[in-house]
Design a protein around this ligand. Structure first.
Ligand SMILES: NC(=O)c1ccc[n+]([C@@H]2O[C@H](COP(=O)([O-])OP(=O)(O)OC[C@H]3O[C@@H](n4cnc5c(N)ncnc54)[C@H](O)[C@@H]3O)[C@@H](O)[C@H]2O)c1
Length: 254
């Protein structure tokens, strides 16, 4: 394989992105398509996924909407199989879909709230990997979108932080187990990123100013900046990069 972009080189690459109807997932799907890859646009919200698919097609790219609930094993299995049936293979997958959890301290959280956040974020990522890994072609790559909360604590987000740390652990475990198959597995850990999901949580609060104040680069990320790391990690330019959890957080980790 050659070239630096997932879709460059002799054969068209095929990939899927979960949560591709919004935010970081949509930005990643658009960038993969620009690089020439065929992209399956997976989301629980079929109408926003369709919007992403239309954006890609209008730009001359190849895309397909596939409805999925990453928290449901049968749905994940069917979505991954649909992608492979439609495009004849799978070269990369970005497991990006996730949910914010309730903003409160641990003792104020119910066990149901905790389990739901862990189920969607962590088990959902596990389910995607479970059905993607056996179908990935050699040279393939998985990128899981974790969070800065996968590397250090975010106040008042115990379930989210636990789940995102779990995603980083799952990434490392799979990377070691599937390296002999020439499959790379990495995570991207974005800091606060101005996506529709983030704007909903931040609305009516001083979150943006507060986050900017503690970020060395002095601003929040755009969805494209977080997505660019995932696109690079899936590309042949990252062919010797595996088992990393890449911060895209404007320097916050320092
Ligand atoms: N925006 C941030 O500040 C930020 C920071 C760190 C990590 N992240 C992570 O990045 C990822 C994307 O976040 P975003 O801000 O772009 O979110 P977003 O809310 O803008 O988009 C998330 C997408 O995922 C889809 N989705 C939600 N639950 C799903 C499910 N069960 N099955 C399938 N699709 C589902 C939604 O419909 C939506 O289209 C998430 O995993 C999030 O935790 C975001």
């Amino acid at each position: 394989m050659s070239g630096t972009a997932p879709g460059s080189g002799p054969a068209r690459k095929v990939g899927l992105v979960t949560g591709a109807g919004s935010g970081i997932g949509r930005a990643a799907a658009l960038e993969f398509a620009r690089s020439g890859a065929a992209v399956a646009v997976l989301d629980i919200d079929e109408s926003t996924a369709d919007e992403t698919t239309e954006m890609i097609r209008k730009g001359g790219g190849e895309a397909l909407t596939v409805a999925v609930d990453i928290a449901d094993e049968r749905s994940v299995r069917a979505a991954v199989e649909r992608t492979v049936t439609a495009y004849g293979g799978l070269d990369f997958a970005v497991n990006n879909a996730g949910m914010a959890s309730h903003h409160r301290q641990l003792d104020r959280m119910t066990a149901d709230e905790f389990e739901r956040a862990v189920h969607v974020n962590l088990t959902g990522t596990f389910l995607c990997m479970k059905y993607e890994l056996p179908l990935l072609r050699g040279g393939g790559a998985i990128v899981n979108i974790a969070s800065n909360g996968g590397l250090y604590a975010i106040p008042h987000a115990p379930a989210y932080v636990a789940a995102k740390h779990g995603i980083v652990g799952l990434t490392k475990a799979a990377a070691v187990d599937y390296a002999p198959d020439n499959i790379r597995v990495n995570a991207v850990c974005p800091g606060p990123t101005r996506t529709p999901g983030f704007e909903k949580v931040a609305a009516g609060t001083d979150m943006v100013a507060g986050q900017e104040a503690i970020t060395p680069l002095g601003r929040l990320a755009t969805p494209g900046e977080a997505a660019a790391a995932a696109v690079w990690l899936c590309s042949d330019a990252a062919s010797y990069v595996t088992v990393i959890a890449m911060s895209v957080d404007g320097g916050r980790r320092a």
